[in-house]
Design a protein around this ligand. Sequence first.
Ligand code: PEP
Ligand code: MN
Length: 400
Amino acid sequence: MFSNRTPWSPSSWQSMSQRQLPHYQDDAALQQVLARIQSYPRLVAISEIRRLTSRMARVAHGRGFILQGGDCAESFSDFCPKIIRQHYHLLQQMAAMIGAASHQPVVRIGRIAGQYAKPRSSAMECVAGQELPSYRGDMINGAEFQEQARQTDPLRMETAYFKAAGSLNYLRSLNSEANASRAGSYFTSHEALLLPYEQSMLEQDAMGNWYCGSGHFLWIGERTRALDGAHVEFLRGVCNPIGVKLGPTVSREELIRLIDVLNPFNEAGRLTLIVRNGAAHIDRLPKLLEAIQLEGREVLWMCDPMHGNGIQTADGIKTRDFASIQAELNGFLDAHRKIGTHPGGVHLELTGLNVSECLGGPSKVSEADLATGYLSACDPRLNPEQAMALTATLVNQLGL
Ligand code: PEP
Ligand code: MN
């Protein structure tokens, strides 16, 4: 079960194959920014990270549920109390519904306070004959389709640090207020994509173990989970609870090798597998569940019913149909029921704002509605009504 890799160090990822990492023109400017960020306080405490690992271990053993959600790409301009508050309240409402039905603890993990860097399928974007580098999240470049905005700028990392800190401060105050009426635990998460930034947020405990203080839970995306890749190398060495997104092409052998590297001591709570097969391929899940169960691997299974269900309208707008999202979630729950494993949680792209970005749902959002209520800088999110309807499906299907 042990991996035979060379020793890990904070910078060992730098000699591995690098995917989805931006190029910065001015290396001296980049190093200055990173040195400053490294000197700042970490955003989350090691004790909080450890508490989340133990909560996740309980869920991995079948007690409780993880509710993870937020924007696809957090934007700097959404750093305002109303948007953060509505995000917080939506997750709270969803968790309350699941908790009331299950009488089990629901651990909320916001996809927030750091979700500022995005992997992209293509390096360039073409609009009306003009080609520019793709938008990679506000901590890397700007979303506006304009030459200057699309240049990488290392100073954006420092802005991201401060906006994450401000968001987290506000979330902590909302949660301490809510905890007077027992709201339970709230943690933060993001995709650990921009490794120079993540490296600058490392911290060691008294025993010499490394933690990444940029957020509580960090995950590796579908595009960066290669075994020989920098992202797997970086995250294998930090003691945070971590996740890996898994698309429909992952094989049993590949997954076991990934688990060997990312959870060599087979610790419960350490590793979450976030399945995002798409409704059309969720029937591949039972075999994988069975294989991992037979191997005796301690993992927590989560369902991301968003990323395998992307479609484009005739006008070229990226969207997702609520019915496919619901179908994938149902397939995920069915698979666990069949194999006898625990469906540990859901990972959703959602917002507390009343957007129309995903089709369907209770209000039957139509293609025409996308033109008026589409605010996402990246992937389409569930609005509160769609998110609550999906939570109702979950509660019903869990047999609660
Ligand atoms: C995401 O979570 O926004 C994302 C890009 O997911 P995936 O890695 O599953 O495609
Ligand atoms: Mn996304």
